[in-house]
Ligand binder design. Structure first.
Ligand code: PLP
Length: 443
């Protein structure tokens, strides 16, 4: 079969049989896949028709070490040949899971010392909420059931994670969410205090926050916010959970995002960058004192576990991924290239009338689109979907955020990106804005 026919066949099969995650279902069913990717190398992805694009999102904020790492493939194959999987339930264990848990204790902030493994970030969030509630049961305070999260937050799509997600459309997608979830305004400690007061501190189990809000539009906390959050939680005996699913493993220019704020959480969710997407893995780390209390107070079985908790192959991949992050100084590169990305974004801001605020922290960033720079007024309908489509034609993938009246582009390129590649990426952004602005003038 020639390539054209093969692509056509896959397009039809995709439309007919593949229900895509988080996708515009009508468009996908009607037009089929926009790209069928076949290969990746570094910051680049190539599709079946031979088009190569810069992956300005590290796919789903996760391919931190870049695409096409053969040594990860070799580790995965070796582990699969030896032992792909064995149970970690009860008292069974395996070497990669043990070594990964120990490595995570070494690199995680403060006294976060032990890990419960999951298959991804949503499960990590559900696990954190359940462990927090179980902790309060063990402590004789079973009424502490409520989880407080924030507006514009994203914590995943399992039932608990959906319920904690502050972006309302994700909750409205399903008619009924889990009880005992409440929302404070993002970055408002007054709002957090008000929610605690309204609900009663002795009914609150935990507060959960992303160190940088990712899917909600890359919102970076103001100075002092997390310090105050920590002290509010301490004041009321509330557990503080950070969701580092995006911000972990170097994304923001530190190993974990919360390190920017000199604060240590009681629990930390992670996923994505732990394997850079080479295997499905996530988890929750808990602090040493919490672990000690779990051990001392527990009388029965920890009745929470996924079949793939501690998956041997995924854990072996994670260990190699972390080795690469350290060997290639990717956390430092994220910090350095993040500065270059910001400088380039500021240049773009000066060149284009419709670019408002720009912001980065390490290699996560956002460009806001405005109708009027002075007043910050937005266009009647968001422009960013057009920009995404035009950029893809020019060889760059990034994402748009239009929740809550936003008109924002978000970026998270692989941490391996070089200065030349950052410039290549921003050149395409410049051409894209020029094309869309010309179009706006014509209209
Ligand atoms: N938490 C955050 C902050 C995320 O950004 C995501 C996914 O984007 C999740 C949780 C959910 O992770 P997963 O999609 O692996 O379930």
């Amino acid at each position: 079969m020639n390539r054209e026919k093969e692509i056509q066949e896959l397009m039809e099969l995709d439309k007919k049989h593949f229900l895509h995650p988080t996708s515009p279902i009508g468009q996908q069913q009607e037009k089929g896949a926009s790209f069928i990717f076949t290969e990746g190398k570094g910051i680049y992805l190539t599709d079946m028709s031979g088009r190569t694009l810069i992956d300005g999102m590290s796919s789903l904020w996760n391919v931190n070490i870049g695409h096409g790492r053969e040594e990860i493939g070799e580790v995965a194959a070796a582990q699969m040949k030896k032992l792909a999987f064995s149970s970690c339930f009860a008292t069974f264990s395996n070497e990669p899971a043990i070594r990964l848990a120990a490595k995570l204790a070494e690199i995680a902030p403060g006294n976060l010392s032990s890990t419960f493994f999951t298959s991804g970030g949503s499960e990590a969030n559900d696990t954190a909420y359940k462990l927090a509630r179980h902790y309060w049961v063990l402590k004789g305070q079973p009424n502490r059931q409520k989880i407080i999260s924030r507006t514009k937050s994203y914590h995943g799509v399992s039932m608990g994670a959906t319920s904690a997600t502050g972006l309302k459309p994700f909750r409205d997608f399903t008619t009924s969410i889990a009880p005992d979830f409440h929302y404070a305004e993002n970055f408002s400690t007054e709002s957090l205090r008000a929610v605690i007061e309204r609900e009663g501190a002795d009914t609150v189990a935990a507060f959960v926050a992303e160190p940088v809000q990712g899917a909600g539009g890359v919102h970076i906390a103001p100075e002092g916010y997390f310090k105050e959050v920590r002290s509010i939680c301490d004041e009321h005996g509330i557990l503080f959970i950070t969701d580092e699913v995006i911000t972990g493993f170097g994304r923001t220019g530190t190993y974990f995002g919360i390190e920017h704020y000199d604060v240590v959480p009681d629990m930390m969710c992670f996923a994505k960058g732990v394997t850079s997407g080479y295997a499905q893995l996530g988890g929750v780390m808990i602090s040493e004192p919490l672990h000690k209390e779990f051990t001392e107070l527990s009388t029965g079985t920890l009745l929470h576990g996924y079949t793939y908790s501690g998956h041997a192959m995924a854990c072996a991949v994670a260990l190699k991924n972390i080795e690469i992050i350290e060997r290639e100084n990717l956390v430092a590169n994220s910090k350095e290239m993040g500065k270059v990305m910001l400088e380039e974004f500021v240049k773009l801001q000066q060149q284009h009338d419709i670019i408002g605020e720009v912001r980065t922290l390490g290699l996560i960033g956002a460009i806001e689109v405005v109708k009027d720079k002075k007043t910050n007024e937005r266009f009647e309908s968001p422009i960013v979907p057009q920009l995404v489509a035009e950029a893809a034609k020019r060889g760059l993938i990034f994402r748009s955020v239009i929740f809550d009246g936003q008109d924002t582009l978000v970026f998270a390129p692989p941490l391996t990106i070089t200065q030349e590649e950052v410039v290549a990426m921003t050149n395409i952004i410049h051409e894209t804005f020029t094309a869309v602005e010309n179009n706006l003038v014509k209209i």
